[in-house]
Design a protein around this ligand. Structure first.
Ligand SMILES: Nc1ncnc2c1ncn2[C@@H]1O[C@H](COP(=O)(O)OP(=O)(O)O)[C@@H](O)[C@H]1O
Ligand SMILES: [Mg+2]
Length: 369
């Protein structure tokens, strides 16, 4: 069991050939609790891989420290850190068999022949790769290659497992299966893991905690559920899934909570700790699937477009002068509405979350420059 701590870690890449320097990571403070899987999530170029490579020892921070179990590893060579890494490109040794690939790290670490054989057999069995042991990587499917790469990484019993978009080269179905398999294995072995992805669905499915990154800084660090339902900023709300950002007016503040009017719809604000008084205006996030269709306290809106999705339909409507997406999961009972039709919608009982005021949404990142 291993705990990882980044303290004020910054990474600046010098500009080459007259190009400006890049501040890839601004000032990272991050703790990864022992045995948990933390995901670095964010768009391309936000610094995810750089953070992973600094923990692996492939890249040296410009400033700051990284510890594993209290040991300062910031300047330690990669092979002395006890980290195992799985890459998007698998990075298997092409001229070695599956068995030799899995054995590689153990042999490099100077383990005895007998111990190598025992550990390799154990890991091959764990990963259900026994039947493929004598094959070359080119004789394996993408999914099998990635399983070998994972086997190679865990064979050395790393303190920390690092993943850089490991499923990106797999097709959608296999990606989901591997994702669930990987998470089950990580939990069973209890290996502290840092996992990089740009796919928010993947992040929500496998993580204990999600670190949403933007321009080299942490935008939000929370549980998967909290980043989805309680995004701090418009960027976080929109990155985590389809989000309606709607202006709300506070109509009443009582012991029971804060009541809102959102374009004629009554709503109750989720408990957020924000101090508000009647008359305050704020931007709120409403997820498309949180609207209630056909219920009481409804207001009618016109369906502008209807898109059939099999299990549900998506309607485009206008609320408070903004275009809005609404999920209708009741089409199998009520039928699907068509463009031009009026539908009754409400926000009774729906989670409605306030965004930080626009001026504060950037402040935390500016502070850390
Ligand atoms: N070796 C390097 N030299 C110069 N700039 C780099 C280098 N590696 C990464 N960068 C820059 O640092 C930023 C973060 O990159 P990276 O960590 O790879 O992002 P991500 O993995 O989130 O896509 C990008 O602007 C990228 O161009
Ligand atoms: Mg990357």
């Amino acid at each position: 069991m291993s705990r990882v701590v980044f303290t004020a870690v910054q990474k600046r890449f010098a500009g080459v050939g007259g190009r400006p320097a890049t501040l890839a990571v601004r000032s990272l403070d991050l703790e990864i609790e022992s045995g948990t899987l933390v995901t670095l999530l964010g768009p391309s170029g936000c610094g995810k891989t750089t953070i992973l490579r600094m923990l692996a020892g492939f890249e040296e921070p410009t400033s700051g420290t990284i510890t594993i179990d209290g040991q300062d590893v910031t300047r330690l060579p990669a092979n002395a850190r006890g980290t195992g890494m799985v890459f998007q490109s698998y990075a298997l040794f092409p001229h070695m068999t599956v068995r030799q690939n899995v054995a590689y790290g153990l042999i490099a670490a100077g383990r005895s022949t007998r111990e190598v054989a025992r550990k390799v057999d154990e890991v091959l069995a764990l990963m259900q790769l026994g039947a493929l042991a004598e094959r070359a990587p080119e004789q394996l499917s993408g999914g099998q290659q990635q399983r070998v790469a994972l086997a190679r990484a865990i064979a050395i019993e790393p303190r920390v497992l690092l993943f850089d978009e490991p499923l990106s080269n797999l097709d959608a179905q296999l990606r989901e299966r591997m994702r669930d398999e990987l998470r089950a294995l990580q939990q069973r072995l209890g290996i502290t893991s840092l996992y990089v992805t740009h796919d928010q669905t993947e992040a929500m499915a496998i993580s204990d905690r999600v670190v949403l990154m933007r321009d080299g800084a942490v935008e939000q660090h929370d549980t998967p559920n909290a980043v989805y339902t309680q995004p701090r900023t418009a960027f976080a709300a929109e990155f985590m899934g389809k989000a309606n950002l709607l202006p709300a007016c506070v109509t009443a503040v009582t012991e029971a909570g804060v009541d809102l009017d959102i374009g004629g719809l009554s709503a109750r604000l989720s408990p957020s700790g924000r101090r508000l008084v009647p008359g305050d205006v704020l931007d709120c996030v409403v997820r498309p699937e949180h609207f209630v269709l056909g219920g009481p306290k409804s207001r009618e809106v016109t369906v502008l477009r209807a898109i059939y999705q099999g299990g549900h339909a998506i309607y485009a409507v206008e609320i408070a002068g903004r275009s809005c997406t609404v999920v209708d999961a009741g089409i199998h009972q009520r039928g699907i509405a068509e463009a031009g039709q009026r539908i009754a919608i409400s926000l009774a009982g729906a989670p409605v979350w306030p965004l930080l005021p626009a001026g504060q949404q950037e402040s935390r990142r500016d502070d850390s420059k």
